[in-house]
Design a protein around this ligand. Structure first.
Ligand code: AMP
Length: 175
C-alpha cells in the first residue's frame, strides 16, 4: 500500500525570505519508508521509457535522482551551479526574481539520442527545470520526462515545460 507523502513535508513560512513558504523535504528523507516510496513511485511512472540518463538538479535533485537512476538502470548526471564541474561543460542561464543564475553539465555526460529524465525536488516557476531541459537538448539528448516530488500548482511552472511530460508526486494547490 502506498504512503501519503504529503504528511512528511514541512512548510517553513518566510524562509529564506519573507513571503516564501519553503517546502522542507528533510522531514521525509529522515524516514526510510516515505523516502523509498518516492523512488518507487517515480520508478513505477517512468518505467518503460527506456531512460538512459537521469539528470539531477543541484542540490536536492541529486537526493532522488541518484537512487532512481540505479533503480531504472540508468546513469546519473549532476546539473550543477557554475564553476563546480571540472571538465568541459555546457551552460544555460535562467531568470531569477532579480537577475539570472545558470546551470552546467559536463559536455560528455549525455550522448546524442539518449533518453533523459530530469529530476528535482520541487517545481516552482519552472525556470530551473526549463534551463536543465535545454542543457539536455544542447547535447542532443531527448527529454523523456521531468519528475518532481512537489509541484506548486499556483505558480504554473508547467507553462515553461509544455513540450515535455511532467509528473509530480505531490500537488500544492495554493500558497
Ligand atoms: P523554479 O526555477 O522557480 O521552478 O525553482 C525551483 C528550484 O528552487 C528547485 O530546485 C527548488 O528546490 C527550489 N525552490 C523554489 N521554491 C521553493 C520552495 N517554496 N520550497 C523549497 N524549494 C523551492
Amino acid at each position: 500500500m502506498s504512503i501519503a507523502l504529503e504528511q512528511y513535508i514541512r512548510t517553513i513560512q518566510d524562509f529564506p525570505k519573507p513571503g516564501i513558504g519553503f517546502k522542507d523535504i528533510t522531514t521525509l528523507l529522515k524516514e526510510p519508508q516515505p523516502f523509498r516510496e518516492v523512488i518507487e513511485q517515480f520508478a513505477a511512472h517512468f518505467a518503460g521509457r527506456k531512460v538512459q540518463k537521469i539528470v539531477g538538479i543541484e542540490s536536492r535533485g541529486f537526493i532522488f535522482g541518484a537512487p532512481l537512476a540505479l533503480k531504472l538502470n540508468a546513469g546519473f548526471v549532476p546539473a550543477r551551479k557554475p564553476k563546480k564541474l571540472p571538465a568541459a561543460t555546457v551552460r544555460e542561464e535562467y531568470q531569477l526574481e532579480y537577475g539570472t543564475d545558470a546551470l552546467e553539465i559536463h559536455a560528455d555526460a549525455i550522448q546524442a539520442g539518449e533518453n533523459v529524465l530530469v529530476i528535482d525536488d520541487l517545481l516552482a516557476t519552472g525556470g530551473t527545470a526549463a534551463a536543465t531541459s535545454r542543457l539536455v537538448e544542447k547535447l542532443g539528448g531527448k527529454v523523456a520526462g521531468l519528475g518532481f516530488l512537489i509541484e506548486l500548482d499556483f505558480l504554473n511552472g508547467r507553462r515553461h515545460l509544455s513540450r515535455y511530460e511532467v509528473h509530480s508526486l505531490i500537488h500544492v494547490a495554493s500558497e
